[in-house]
Design a binder for this molecule. Structure first.
Ligand code: ADP
Length: 272
């Protein structure tokens, strides 16, 4: 329920064209993997890209992008790697250590990450959201001038139903939903055949029901997690693989879908 009065004012981000929240109703569906690979795919298509790890309690971007030896005291943020700029609580704490912080402190860190870091001019700043639809997610969606939210799901029913809740959350705070991407949709066998291990068509059905675009399906591939653990996303390490190609197609769809939306930098906002 929204209290009476004006909507909370959002931060001004005058250098960021599109601020895209990558969200999921629950953990483990591949949200951070999608954030990292989509960031690289957009970069490979010629865009200036930043990636902000808003998963304060479980940052995985430092490992996925191979940046685990940052000296927090050097304060040299954002970190540039693989052609993209990034910021994560992991850089502040060292490695992938989780923060032990109360909600208001988390919010303060996120605001600082968004506004006190020299992101420079960016076409895209991807926000790897914390999983779930609780207070932290709501507060972030209300403070950051998010252009649109990309909701990641898997084909399983439980994941689809929490994705539905994610869509409702963004609608509640008037953040447009860019679309749904279904991760781990199918497995490609040695014979080239696709097997839908966890069911088929769920993401598409959810998109139709919620009247949001369905932006694509990403296959299961052991190289995805292998590359994530090794710090070089699959899109870069195996650009010819079907999964990398699916990411390139996703990046194109995201770019095309965003074209009609109001850029973050044009939104009136609060300057700190
Ligand atoms: P989340 O951010 O939603 O918690 P992660 O991005 O950390 O999820 O992914 C969870 C695990 O699943 C990781 O080990 C990751 O490497 C793996 N993974 C994600 N997507 C795929 C995929 N398409 N194929 C194989 N493994 C995947």
């Amino acid at each position: 329920m929204q209290p009476q009065g004006a909507a909370p004012q959002k931060l001004a981000l005058p250098n960021i064209k599109y601020l895209v929240a990558v969200a999921s109703g629950k953990g483990g569906v591949g949200k951070s993997t999608v954030s990292a690979n989509l960031a690289l795919a957009l970069h490979m298509q010629g865009h200036q890209v930043g990636l902000m790890d808003a998963d304060i309690y479980g940052p995985s971007i430092p490992t996925m992008l191979g940046v685990t030896n940052v000296d927090p005291a050097a304060g040299d943020f954002p970190i540039k790697r693989h052609g993209i700029k990034m910021m994560s609580m992991g850089f502040v704490l060292g490695g992938d250590k989780a923060a032990i912080l109360r909600g208001p402190m988390v919010q303060r860190y996120l605001v600082a990450f968004l506004t006190q870091i020299e992101w420079g001019q960016l076409d895209y700043l991807l926000l790897d959201m914390p999983p779930g639809t609780g207070d932290a997610q709501l507060a972030l969606a209300q403070t950051a001038p998010v252009t649109a939210a990309l909701v990641v799901t898997t084909p399983q029913d439980v994941s689809l139903s929490v994705a539905r809740r994610g869509i409702q959350m963004f609608r509640q705070v008037n953040v447009p939903v860019l679309g749904i991407v279904e991760n781990m949709s199918y497995f490609i066998g040695d014979d080239g055949k696709r097997s839908h291990l966890f069911g088929q068509g769920g993401g598409q059905k959810l998109a139709a029901e919620a009247q949001v675009p369905f932006l694509g399906e990403l296959p299961i591939d052991a190289r995805v997690s292998e590359c994530g653990d090794a710090g070089e996303p699959v899109v870069k390490k195996y650009p010819e693989s079907p999964v990398a190609q699916a990411y390139m197609a996703l990046a194109k769809s995201v770019d095309t879908t965003l074209k009609g939306m109001q850029p973050a930098k044009e939104l009136p906002g609060l300057t700190l």
